[in-house]
Design a protein around this ligand. Structure first.
Ligand code: PMV
Length: 354
């Protein structure tokens, strides 16, 4: 009998949190200490493309990331693979003459090839797009019947922020209460058409890999930061409600104020951690000052900034006009050719390289 191969390719954009997830209450299941809200980027930029294949001729699960083989032995990959295999169903592909029974999936192995069109682990949330794409592609390959929220609870076990990349638009990761994590999943708040005048610009301050992984950083923060406790209990629950309102009403003033405040508090928690974590650098701080000064000079804020576990600035402009002004200011104050400044800007389909 001729060995067959069944393949599925999926593409998933990354997401940027506007209310941050920082801190786990369960490290194995990846359960967070607070809800978070993110915006999923346009699939044309900062996305992962993953092809998954199954064949009776494969003798082990294997994965290649950006063309280099990586190990799948880590707990996070194993958890995702196990969970998704448990949901596999019968597959019948008449065209190719492939028939896979539900019980066969226990014995079959998969090969995974994944590409990021942006730097891995530079604080641009590459793991978010990666795990979301892996879980989604495997679900299609194995004909799993789960909806995207149910799949998000599996992607969450690969990387927390990944659960929010299963939807477009604005997405909320509900922290959940259950000990087994079954209610810790993502839901879509509004789709990508709801607020389509927003323009997101990423100022790539450095594409070097980050020094403190989010896993280590979060663990240290949970163990040592009193500010984190206060944030999770007193600040985020109210902020999440206000953010949901701002998004629903397309109220950019409130949206920008909440986004910037939440990014700043996340980085304050990092400073409050022992040992302290520095994700932003001087250039990041100068970008914040520049945006703050501009926002204050206008009647209402025109741009929101937010920084994840790295120095790169994610700037969300109110509309195209504000985005154009922003780029002009960035290019004036941070010309890509000057030494310690920015490497490039990514905006829509344009990237201005050094
Ligand atoms: O999912 P992780 O482990 O990469 O953590 C991501 C944490 C932040 O990006 C800093 C915040 C967030 O909510 O995405």
């Amino acid at each position: 009998e001729k060995p067959w191969v069944r393949m599925v390719t999926a593409q998933t954009p990354t997401n940027i949190a506007v209310i941050k997830y920082w801190g786990k209450r369960d490290e194995t299941l990846i359960l967070p200490v607070n809800d978070s809200i993110s915006v999923t980027l346009d699939p044309a930029h900062l996305c992962t493309t993953t092809t998954v294949a199954v064949s009776p001729s494969f003798d082990q699960d294997r994965m290649w990331l950006n063309g280099k083989e990586i190990s799948l032995s880590g707990g996070r990959y194993q958890n995702c693979l196990r969970e998704i295999r448990a949901q596999a169903c019968d597959v019948e592909d008449e065209e190719k003459g492939i028939k896979i029974a539900k019980k066969d999936w226990e014995k079959l192995h998969v090969h995974v090839a994944s590409y990021n069109n942006f730097p891995t682990a530079a604080g641009l949330a590459s793991s978010a797009a990666g795990f979301a794409c892996l879980v989604f592609a495997l679900a299609k390959l194995m004909n799993a019947k789960e909806d995207n929220s149910e799949l998000s609870a599996i992607a969450r076990q690969g990387s927390g922020s990944a659960c929010r990349s299963l939807f477009g638009g604005f997405v909320k990761w509900i922290m959940g209460k259950a000990e087994d994590g079954s209610d810790s999943l993502a839901v879509q708040l509004v789709d990508e058409k709801h607020w389509d005048e927003l323009v997101i610009i990423i100022a790539v301050v450095s594409s070097r890999q980050k020094e403190t992984s989010s896993t280590t950083g979060m663990r240290d923060s949970v163990e040592t930061s009193l500010l984190l406790q206060h944030r999770a209990k007193e600040v985020v629950p109210k902020r999440v409600k206000q953010m949901e309102e701002a998004i629903k009403n397309r109220d950019f003033g409130s949206f920008a104020q909440l986004t910037c405040a939440d990014s700043n508090q996340f980085h304050a928690v990092c400073l409050d951690t022992c040992p302290p974590i520095f994700y932003m650098n001087d250039t990041s701080h100068r970008i914040i000052s520049c945006v703050e000064k501009w926002n204050r000079s206008e009647e209402t804020p025109q741009v929101a900034y937010t920084f994840d576990a790295g120095p790169n600035a994610v700037l969300i402009a109110h509309n195209r006009k504000a985005a154009t002004q922003l780029l002009q200011k960035l290019l004036f104050y941070f010309p890509p050719s000057s030494d310690a400044d920015l490497n490039s800007y990514v905006i829509g389909d344009k990237s201005i390289l050094k």
